[in-house]
Write a protein that binds this ligand. Structure first.
Ligand code: AVJ
Length: 336
């Protein structure tokens, strides 16, 4: 069933070195941090799919229900013959809903760092939407990337689709930066269609990130196991436990790995020492309100054109388009 490993060349060693440099830099911060990208090796991706099936993890189900209820209005608002660009090609369920409703889409452009993942999902889409031009772009969308003109040829409008509340992983200033880049890719007549999880009662949020079956806990601990597998480090994962509190001041869930006892380990130039009760940080998951989403859009030079929610407003899908003259190009103001 599983494809033979290593048929596709591994990421260039320089890419891997940069990744490990980033890991070491994160571990030297306070609190020591591991980027959420370390969740997603083969096992982590499978665990994430299982998270989406847990009764407590409402995000995926609700976003899909919003697509089911409103995808026609979305398609109408987006218009005919668009190029749909998706940074990080996901499992594709929401994308399929959208592609199925669009009026003769010109092309679909998934952008993903994993060539394997990209080609797999592209060939599945090609089989199911035979009229559609699928132009996969192999790139790390968290860094600036170019969409080849050929991929956008014949499109009346470029639309960047970023579902799943993935943007929640970025701290506010970085989220603005990323959204600004999406806006630039969409261009003056384009749009961004963005899925964001909303602020809601804390019990609901904390349960979603600590399911009874322990899948999210395993997913969190797998980030450390993944680090051990890739770097050869021997971090004792049994010294950590999963903890995912709502941090009200920042309107986010923080995925943490808390030291059960004093722990110390070294990884390259990073020397991590944690007292019992101190933690590693593995992920932010920011939640938005109608106000903070509009604010985020404005800071990225976008305005909210329309938004769709489930009846309880637990999740929202926002259609954003380049704003009027109010938008000033970012200056090189110093960043703290
Ligand atoms: C894929 C980033 C949207 O933040 O809810 C799920 C990842 N982390 N459970 C999220 C995740 C813990 C997820 N995103």
């Amino acid at each position: 069933m599983s494809a033979p490993e290593r048929r596709v060349p591994e990421a260039r060693p320089s890419g891997q070195d940069a990744r490990i440099d980033g890991l070491v830099a994160g571990l030297r911060q306070s609190p020591p941090s591991i980027s959420p990208s370390w969740f997603y090796d083969r096992r982590g991706s499978a665990l994430f799919e299982r998270i989406c099936e847990q009764p407590e993890y409402y995000l995926t189900r609700i976003e899909l229900s919003i697509m089911d209820a409103h995808v026609r209005e979305m398609a109408e608002a987006l218009g005919p013959r668009i190029a749909l660009i998706e940074p990080g090609a996901g499992s594709g369920l929401k994308t399929r809903r959208l592609l199925g409703a669009l009026d003769s889409p010109a092309s679909y452009v998934p952008v993903d760092i994993s060539r394997e993942h990209l080609l797999e999902s592209a060939s599945r889409l090609r089989a199911d939407y035979q009229e559609l031009h699928v132009h996969p772009v192999c790139a790390d969308f968290t860094a600036p990337f170019d969409v080849p003109a050929a991929a956008l040829e014949g499109a009346r409008r470029n639309v960047v689709y970023f579902p799943g509340s993935t943007l929640g992983n970025w701290a506010p200033q970085d989220a603005v930066e990323l959204l600004r880049r999406f806006a630039r890719i969409a261009g003056p007549g384009g749009a961004v269609l963005l899925g964001l999880d909303m602020v809601k009662p804390v019990e609901v949020l904390e349960r979603a990130y600590d399911d009874a079956a322990g899948v999210t806990a395993a997913f969190n601990l797998n980030a450390l196991e993944h680090v051990n597998r890739v770097t050869g480090s021997r971090i004792d994962t049994s010294a950590f436990r999963h903890f995912a509190p709502w941090v009200a001041a920042h309107e986010r869930i923080e995925m943490r790995l808390v030291a059960r006892r004093d722990v110390a380990f070294e990884l390259g130039a990073a020397r991590v020492r944690l007292r019992r009760g101190e933690h590693l940080l593995t992920e932010y998951s920011h939640k938005y309100t109608a106000e903070s989403a509009a604010q985020l859009a404005a800071e990225a030079g976008l305005v909210v054109q329309q938004a769709w929610f489930d009846p309880e407003r637990w999740f929202g899908v926002w259609l954003l388009a380049p704003g009027g003259g109010a938008y000033a190009e970012p200056t090189d103001a110093p960043v703290s």
